[in-house]
Design a protein around this ligand. Structure first.
Ligand SMILES: [Zn+2]
Length: 397
C-alpha cells in the first residue's frame, strides 16, 4: 500500500520535472530530457505521452540525427492556457494576458491617480476586479483555460502568505489581498513585489542565473535572482534597495528615514530637481511624466536635461553599491524612469566606471522593456498553477 503511494508521488514529481524542463527550453526531445533529468527513456516517454494527452506539450517535427533515428522534437504548448499578469504602480496599472510561453496577447494600461486621490485597499480592489474582468473577456479559448492571476505590487508584500504588509506610496497596510481575490476567482492567485516579478521575467527570458532588476518609477525597488531563484529574504521583503541610505542628512523619505536612494532616483526626485531649477512640473503624477521630461530635454530645455542627468548620476551611485555587494551577471533597469534611457544611461555608466571596483566597472546596464513586471507576475502565477519550479518559487503549500 505505502509502496504504491510512494510510486505515484514519485511519478508526479518526475512529471513536474519533465514539464519544468519543457517550459524552460524552446524545443527538446525525449532523449534530451532523459539525459538532462537522469530518468530512463521508457519513463520519459510515458510521462511525455501523458503531457501530450493533457495538451501541455506538443510534437513539432524531427530534429537532426546524431547517428540513429531522427528524434521527434517537443515543445511546451503555447496555447495550452493563458495567464493574467498585473503591474500595479502609483500612477498606472498595466494588465497583460500571456500565453503559456509568456508571449503577450493582450495589454492594457490604465491611469491610477493614487497620489492625487486617496487610494484605499477597497478602491484598488475594485480597479483590480475591473482590469481582471476585461482580461478574462479577451482570453482565447484553450484546453487548460485560465491558469492564474499574478499581481506585482510596489512595496512590502509576502509572496508566501499572499498578504500585503505595506505599500508606502499607496498608503495601504495589512491587506489579505489574495484571500479576498480568491473569494471571486477560483484560479491560482499570486502576489509579489513588483521588482521581484521583473527579475523573474528577465530570468525566464534570458536564462541569467544571477541578476538584479531595478524598478524605478515613483519609488525604487530591486528584485534579486540568485542561482536561478528569486531571493526574497526571511520575511519576503529583500531587495528594498530604494530605502538604503545614500545621504545621512538627505531628503525625508516616505519610510521615515532621511536620504534614501529612492529620494534621488525616482520620479519624485525628478520633480524635485525640476523645482530646484525653477520649473513647476505640472504633470508630475501623470504616467507620461518621464516621457514628457525626455521630450523637453531633447529640445534643449536645460532644466530638464540637467534634472535627468542628476537622476542618472544618483541611479549610478545606488547601482554601484549593489554591484559591490552582488557582482551579478546582469543588471536590468525597468519602470517609467527607464523611458529616459538616452539621457540617464550614459550618466549611470559614467558613475559606475568611477565608483564601482574592479570588473564591476564594466557592467553594462540593460533596459527592460515595458511590460516586464506584468509578464513576470503572470509567469509566477503560471509556475504556481502548474507546479513547476517548486524549489524556485518557494511558496508554502
Ligand atoms: Zn526610505
Amino acid at each position: 500500500m505505502y509502496k504504491s503511494v510512494d510510486a505515484s508521488v514519485m511519478r508526479q514529481f518526475n512529471k513536474q520535472t519533465v514539464l519544468s524542463l519543457l517550459y524552460q527550453q524552446e524545443q527538446t526531445s525525449r532523449v534530451d530530457i532523459s539525459e538532462q533529468t537522469g530518468l530512463n527513456r521508457a519513463t520519459v516517454s510515458s510521462l511525455v505521452d501523458e503531457l501530450i494527452d493533457e495538451q501541455f506539450v506538443e510534437e513539432v517535427g524531427f530534429g537532426a540525427s546524431s547517428g540513429g533515428r531522427k528524434p521527434i522534437l517537443l515543445r511546451f504548448n503555447a496555447r495550452a492556457g493563458y495567464t493574467i499578469g498585473i503591474d500595479v504602480q502609483i500612477s498606472y496599472i498595466t494588465t497583460v494576458v500571456t500565453d503559456a510561453v509568456r508571449r503577450v496577447v493582450y495589454e492594457n494600461r490604465c491611469q491610477l491617480d493614487a497620489r492625487t486621490h486617496s487610494l484605499t485597499a477597497d478602491r484598488l480592489f475594485d480597479v483590480l476586479k475591473k482590469e481582471i474582468g476585461l482580461a478574462i473577456e479577451v482570453c482565447p479559448p484553450s484546453p487548460r483555460g485560465l491558469f492564474g492571476i499574478g499581481i506585482g505590487l510596489p512595496g512590502l508584500v509576502n509572496y508566501a502568505t499572499g498578504h500585503v504588509s505595506y505599500l508606502p506610496n499607496l498608503n495601504i497596510t495589512e491587506w489579505p489581498i489574495v484571500e479576498q481575490l480568491s473569494e471571486i476567482y477560483p484560479q491560482t492567485i499570486v502576489i509579489d513585489n513588483d521588482a521581484n516579478c521583473g527579475a523573474w521575467a528577465i530570468y525566464l527570458s534570458h536564462r541569467i542565473k544571477n541578476l538584479l532588476f531595478i524598478n524605478a518609477g515613483i519609488g525604487v525597488g530591486s528584485g534579486i535572482v540568485l542561482n536561478g531563484r528569486v531571493y526574497r529574504g526571511r520575511d519576503g521583503i529583500a531587495g528594498e534597495a530604494g530605502h538604503t541610505t545614500i545621504s545621512t542628512i538627505g531628503v525625508l523619505c516616505s519610510c521615515g528615514n532621511y536620504g534614501c536612494w529612492e529620494q534621488y532616483s525616482s520620479e519624485q526626485a525628478l520633480a524635485r530637481y525640476l523645482r530646484e531649477q525653477g520649473v513647476d512640473p505640472a504633470d508630475e503624477f501623470s504616467p507620461l511624466f518621464v516621457s514628457h521630461c525626455v521630450h523637453h530635454a531633447q529640445r534643449d530645455v536645460e532644466a530638464y536635461s540637467n534634472s535627468l542627468r542628476s537622476l542618472g548620476q544618483s541611479l549610478g551611485i545606488g547601482i554601484s553599491n549593489l554591484l559591490q555587494i552582488f557582482n551579478p551577471e546582469a543588471i536590468f533597469l525597468g519602470g517609467t524612469i527607464a523611458e529616459a534611457e538616452s539621457i540617464i544611461l550614459p550618466e549611470i555608466q559614467r558613475v559606475i566606471r568611477h565608483r564601482a571596483i574592479s570588473k564591476n566597472k564594466d557592467m553594462p546596464i540593460k533596459i527592460a522593456p515595458h511590460p516586464t513586471v506584468a509578464v513576470g507576475a503572470a509567469g509566477l502565477a503560471l509556475a504556481q498553477a502548474i507546479d513547476i519550479f517548486p524549489a524556485t518559487t518557494e511558496k508554502e503549500h
